[in-house]
Design a protein around this ligand. Structure first.
Ligand code: IMP
Length: 180
């Protein structure tokens, strides 16, 4: 990953390697192993950004887990629209469940605040959030994830599930924009 990548004419430089991501993901799974008791939680992956993180994280769990996904939207290009749309799947029930929310990144905080409210409204017994990346300086609404992989500066990143207008999700490592 030593080379920069170019997407839609913008340059991104190497930021967090695939090796470091996987090491940290295994540490996060170990921390979760310690808080999940005998229950079988529902690991809810947020599409599309959390696809790779979710799949690596659940494979590192020691406990049994059920898996589900839902889609949210709030970003266009490198900017948050400020509105969170949640597409709730018809067959998803969270009543009485411990939901482990798996998200790629917390930025303004709006997505995880909206999702947590929605899950509790729909009867989830407990919500635990796990995010790979946290940009605390970008917060617009107060939100602190229960588990976080890396705190990063407020600059746009791509790779390992994160995209810039549809591109970059398939990169194994994370890259940061050279100039905002
Ligand atoms: P929030 O609601 O502002 O916290 O934003 C959460 C969502 O915005 C994430 O799930 C991402 O899809 C997107 N997002 C925020 N920051 C970035 C970034 O640096 N790169 C790519 N997507 C981002």
């Amino acid at each position: 990953m030593s080379q920069p990548v170019e997407l839609h004419g913008r340059l991104f430089h190497p930021f967090i390697s695939d090796k470091r991501i996987l090491e940290r993901t295994k540490e996060l799974a170990a921390e979760l192993n310690a808080v999940v008791g005998l229950e079988t939680p529902l690991a809810l992956g947020i599409l599309n950004g959390a696809i790779l993180f979710h799949s690596d994280l659940i494979r590192a769990f020691d406990f049994s887990v059920e898996v589900a996904y839902l889609r949210t939207r709030s970003y266009s290009g490198m900017k948050s629209s400020g509105k969170v749309e949640i597409e709730w799947p018809d067959d998803l029930s969270v009543t009485g469940r411990h939901v482990v929310l798996v998200e790629d990144i917390v930025d303004s905080g709006r997505t995880l605040v909206a999702l947590t409210e929605e899950l509790l409204k729909r009867g989830a017994a407990r919500v635990t959030s796990v995010v790979l990346l946290d940009k605390p300086e970008a917060r617009v609404v107060p939100y602190k994830p229960d588990f976080s992989g890396f705190e990063i500066p407020n600059a746009f990143v791509i790779g390992y599930g994160l995209d810039f207008d549809g591109l970059g999700r398939n990169l194994s490592s994370i890259y940061q924009v050279v100039e905002q």
